[in-house]
Each structure stands twice: as C-alpha cells, then as structure tokens.
Design a protein around this ligand. Structure first.
Ligand code: FPP
Length: 242
C-alpha cells in the first residue's frame, strides 16, 4: 500500500440484512457490527491512518422502530464502556459528532467521559457520527455563522469563504475524508458529510458490515492508492506538481 489516506470514513451498512439472512433479530446484526468496528479501528491504528470516522446513526435513523433505536443506543453505551481499555491501550482519541441534544443523558455522560480520558492520546482519532446528517451540519453552521455575524463578532465586509464557513461545521479541525467506504452494496451518500465529501474518493463493497474485516479494509486502501486525485485539474498538471 503506497498511499495511506489521512482520513478514512465508513458508512457501516448491511447489519439488518446480515441478521435476516441468519433468521436473527436486526439488533443481532448491529451487535455483530461492533466486532467489525473493533477490527476497523485496529487496522486504522496499525496502518497509521490519522482519522477513522464511522457513520453509526443518522438523523433519519430516529424514525426506525422504537425497540431498534433503544437497542442501538444501549449498544453504543455498552461499546463505549467495554472498549475504554482498548482505546487507552492503543493511544486512540475518541470523538463524537452529531446532534447530541437528541441523545440520552446516560449516553452523553459516557461519551463525555471517554472523550475526556482519551483527549491527550496522540494516535488514531476515532470519530463516531451519531444522530448526524450532512444537511443538519450545514444548517447548524449557517445558524452559528449568522449569530456571530449579527453580534458583529465577524468582519461583515469580508465575503463568506469556504475556509471561514468550515470553521462553523461540526467537523471543524478535522481534515475532509480522503476515502469513504460503504459496505453492503448500496452506492449513495445518504445525507452523510455532504460538504466534506466534495473531493472524497468512494469505495463500495458488497460485503455486509458484520462481515467486514481487515482484509476488506486493505482492499479498499489498495484500490484508493491506485486512484489519481485531480481536484478539477488535468492529469498533466497533477504530474507536474508530483
Ligand atoms: C446500518 O445497517 C447500520 C446501522 C444503522 C448501525 C451501525 C451501528 C453499529 C455497528 C453499532 C456500533 C457502533 C459503534 C461505533 C460502537 P442497517 O441496519 O441499515 O442494515 P440493512 O440496510 O441491512 O437493514
């Protein structure tokens, strides 16, 4: 693997289908998916990827049956408590991004605790997107920007640039994903980091998330390293920069 991406993001999909194929409840698929989360985090740390982000629960997922939603939230709490030692042992920093106002107090307190105890870790940054959507992110950024502009904390004569706008996004300080992986054969962005994925390379695999292991992650990186990223320039221009 020649080119290691700085930030890899994963839309973990296919837990429900994995469970259905086995005649299990959907939640069993999500539980099995936690093992894949561990494998992915381990692989990212071993391969010196700086940021690994995971789309764990979208704003739209709140409309799922109540027992699945509460089961998933309990699973998050258990995973946060259960993986505490793994994160500390592997120098991993933990972050959560999303609309935290919709999360339970217990979950919020567990998240805060894990964020705090891993805040000085210097290895992989593991980001879990929870109660997140790309449109929500853009709207909350616009709202924050307008609040600041109205209170004259900003220089109103300065036109709003992409760089300034990005400081209001919930991903502030995190580089845009270089590679986005989506499992289970679906090929769409599903209201994930809409702004941040402007130049992201996409890799789709038919593997269902609970079956996703290090060799699947490696395949995605191998494909990524063969791609030429041009950012709107011509191939010749890119070769000159190299
Ligand atoms: C999508 O599969 C998966 C989810 C909505 C949940 C993903 C959550 C986990 C793997 C739990 C643990 C996460 C962390 C970060 C500890 P789906 O239910 O949409 O599957 P389907 O499309 O086959 O129905």
């Amino acid at each position: 693997m020649s080119k290691i991406p700085k930030h890899v993001s994963i839309i973990m999909d296919g837990n429900g289908r994995w469970a259905k194929q086995r005649g299990f409840e959907r939640l069993e698929g999500h539980k099995a998916g936690v093992e894949s989360v561990k494998a992915a985090a381990e692989f990212a740390a071993e391969n010196k990827i700086d940021f690994l982000s995971l789309f764990a629960f979208s704003e739209e997922n709140w409309t799922r049956p109540q027992d699945e939603v509460s089961g998933l939230m309990e699973l998050m709490i258990d995973a946060i408590i259960g993986e505490r030692k793994t994160l500390l042992d592997n120098n991993i920093k933990f972050l959560v991004i999303g609309d935290e106002t919709r999360l339970s107090e217990t979950l919020i307190s567990k998240i805060l605790e894990l964020k705090k105890i891993t805040s000085s870790n210097t290895g992989l940054t593991l980001i879990v997107f929870l109660s997140y959507s790309g449109k929500w992110d853009i709207l909350q950024a616009v709202t924050k920007y307008l609040e600041k502009a109205r209170s004259s904390e900003l220089n109103n004569n300065e036109p709003l640039s992409a760089e300034l706008f990005e400081t209001f996004l919930s991903t502030r300080g995190i580089p845009d994903p270089d590679l986005l992986i989506r499992s289970s054969g679906e090929q769409r962005l599903s209201n994930y980091m809409l702004w941040q994925c402007a130049y992201t390379e996409f890799y789709f695999t038919d593997v269902l998330w609970p079956d996703f292991r290090k060799n699947d992650f490696k395949r995605a990186l191998d494909i990524y390293s063969e791609r030429e990223r041009r950012y709107g320039k011509t191939g010749d221009q890119i070769n000159k920069i190299k």
